[in-house]
Write a protein that binds this ligand. Structure first.
Ligand SMILES: Cc1cc2nc3c(=O)[nH]c(=O)nc-3n(C[C@H](O)[C@H](O)[C@H](O)COP(=O)(O)OP(=O)(O)OC[C@H]3O[C@@H](n4cnc5c(N)ncnc54)[C@H](O)[C@@H]3O)c2cc1C
Ligand SMILES: NC(=O)c1ccc[n+]([C@@H]2O[C@H](COP(=O)([O-])OP(=O)(O)OC[C@H]3O[C@@H](n4cnc5c(N)ncnc54)[C@H](O)[C@@H]3O)[C@@H](O)[C@H]2O)c1
Length: 472
């Protein structure tokens, strides 16, 4: 087969951009295909706008606290146009980093159209047939909208249109108390919207229960209402939407946000026809992120597994290394960090207390330190929360942190858990996104970049690419 490229990457989100950029910097001929906005979900309707609105909300909340530290602020006045502008300014500020121009400069051929996989080595896009020894699928995910009777009859919101609201909702019902539901409940409530969260189980069910309890208590005190139950029926029309809950209650609000999980983007672009195997929620992959067809990789939100920006980036770098240097590169999630950016934040790495107890039983030691004994926290009057560390002997197997900037406190734990702290390890560590701690990774990698993408690795990558074109 005559190849047009060394690798074809489908999807220009965190996963695809990292894979494509990495391969291009090693000198490979890369096609990067994006049908929609460069930067994908994180930039356009995920992490960036959600953290931006949380920041506006935090400012409003601070002003709402009467006199503190002898200082009195004026009561907050929220102008939605300003909030909307801040969200879209943040997106616009970061957009050049993920842009077509930047990736073309790196050496990718960027194609802005919808791709369709037509064979183990071929992709059809914009009327062309591209062929490469390796294809990387990084098509992301979309909001899962459950078949609740009536939901399609009302103008509901998801993360895909939430940040485009040009007027502030008077009241907002949120179906789902997961990560999106909780972050957005706090943001909208602090900005002055009346918010109710419907959740059948414990909010943020994957996180440490003690940490979540602190957040729920804080949000309730700020005015967020929680209703335990399943949304069972939706009715009404614009600005008058009623949700009937399976516990008999019903709620009416001007707006409705559906945030009950994600659905991998795996349909309609050739995977089914090719017989690529699927798992419960996404493409089935091995630890190297190869699909059931070994020339096709699947990374980030589109495959079954954790869905986070830093995970997408990590998988993108891994497959770039495997494709360019031919080194089998397995993912290792034993020290995976994540953080929910409520106030206080809830951060987690490795095993939760429940998971660690299940795995290690009596051999587990759990130590908990409260911020009420931390003198910086006392000086700032921000003593809510704790750090809980799970250890087998003196080895950390997991940590749960709840408190101001909890996500920033994960990095030393990552280093302790992985046993790696040199500059190369720091430059390739998995760091929770978006945190200021990521700057240490950027600084460490900047020192290594000339070596990693230097002439010798590039020559070697060129040799591997030639072998792949010959023997694929
Ligand atoms: C509201 C919200 C807040 C979030 N906050 C955080 C956070 O704070 N921290 C965090 O770590 N994670 C967060 N996430 C999760 C994070 O956004 C995702 O895990 C991440 O964006 C996934 O990246 P990806 O590259 O795998 O997929 P995506 O970013 O979805 O990119 C996939 C791209 O593929 C394109 N595509 C799909 N099919 C085709 C095709 N056939 N041809 C061409 N192009 C195609 C799509 O247009 C899309 O741009 C959040 C998510 C949401 C919804
Ligand atoms: N800070 C972050 O890292 C961050 C922020 C936002 C989103 N994300 C990512 O986005 C993804 C999606 O988050 P999400 O919040 O949509 O999903 P989720 O899986 O976190 O939570 C969904 C919640 O909806 C509830 N639910 C399901 N059906 C329901 C019904 N009929 N009525 C009421 N509640 C119902 C579930 O019990 C669950 O608690 C996650 O994969 C997450 O990793 C990450």
């Amino acid at each position: 087969m005559k190849f047009t490229h060394d690798v074809i990457v489908i999807g220009g989100g965190a996963a695809g951009l990292t894979a494509a950029g990495g391969c291009a910097l090693f000198g490979l001929k890369v096609a990067l295909i994006e049908a929609n906005h460069m930067g994908g979900e994180c930039l356009n309707n995920g992490c960036v706008p959600s953290k931006a609105i949380l920041t506006a909300a935090k400012r409003a909340q601070e002003a709402r606290e009467d006199t503190r530290f002898g200082v009195t602020l004026e009561q907050p006045k929220v102008e939605w146009a300003g909030v909307h502008k801040h969200i879209h300014d943040a997106i616009a500020h970061i957009a050049p980093h993920d842009s077509e121009e930047r990736f073309e400069e790196m050496g990718c051929e960027v194609i802005r159209d919808y791709a369709r996989i037509t064979g183990k080595h071929s992709v059809e896009v914009a009327g062309r047939e591209l062929r490469a020894p390796r294809i990387v699928v990084a098509t992301g995910s979309k909001p899962f909208v459950p078949p609740i009777p009536g939901v399609d009859s009302v103008p509901y919101l998801t993360n895909e249109n939430l940040f485009d609201l040009t007027e502030q909702p008077e009241s907002l019902t949120i179906i789902g108390g997961g990560v999106i539901g909780m972050e957005m409940a706090q943001a909208f409530c602090r900005l002055g919207t009346k918010v109710t969260v419907i959740e059948p189980g414990r909010p943020m069910g994957r996180d440490d229960a003690d940490s979540v309890a602190v957040v729920v208590e804080t949000m309730k005190a700020e005015g967020v209402a929680f209703v335990e139950g399943l949304a069972a029926k939706v009715s009404g029309a614009e600005v008058n939407i009623t949700v009937d809950i399976d516990n008999g209650e019903s709620l009416t609000s001007t707006h409705l946000l559906v945030a009950v999980g994600r659905q991998a983007n795996v349909k309609g672009f050739g995977l089914e026809e090719l017989g690529v195997e699927m798992a419960r929620n996404g493409i089935k992959v091995d630890a190297r992120r190869r699909t059931s067809i070994k020339s096709i990789y699947a990374i980030g939100d589109c495959r079954d597994g954790p869905r986070l920006t830093h995970v997408s980036g990590y998988e993108g770098s891994n497959v770039a290394l495997e494709i360019t240097l031919g080194i089998p590169t397995k993912v290792d999630y034993s020290a995976l960090p994540w953080c929910t950016y409520t106030s206080p934040e809830v951060a987690q790495i490795g095993l939760t207390e429940v998971e660690a107890k299940e795995k290690y039983g009596d051999k587990l030691t759990v130590v908990t330190e409260g911020f009420d004994h931390n003198e910086r926290a006392i000086a700032e009057d921000a003593t809510k929360g704790h750090m809980k560390v799970m250890m087998k002997g003196k080895k950390i197997v997991g940590a749960s942190i709840c408190g101001t900037n909890a996500g920033e406190l994960l990095l030393p734990i990552t280093q302790s858990m992985t046993g790696k702290s040199n500059t190369f390890a720091m430059g390739s560590a998995i760091i929770s996104y978006p945190t200021r701690s990521e700057i240490t990774k950027a600084a460490a990698f900047a020192a290594w970049e000339p070596t990693v993408f230097g002439s010798i690795p590039k020559k070697y990558a060129g040799f591997v690419a030639k072998m792949r074109r010959t023997f694929a």
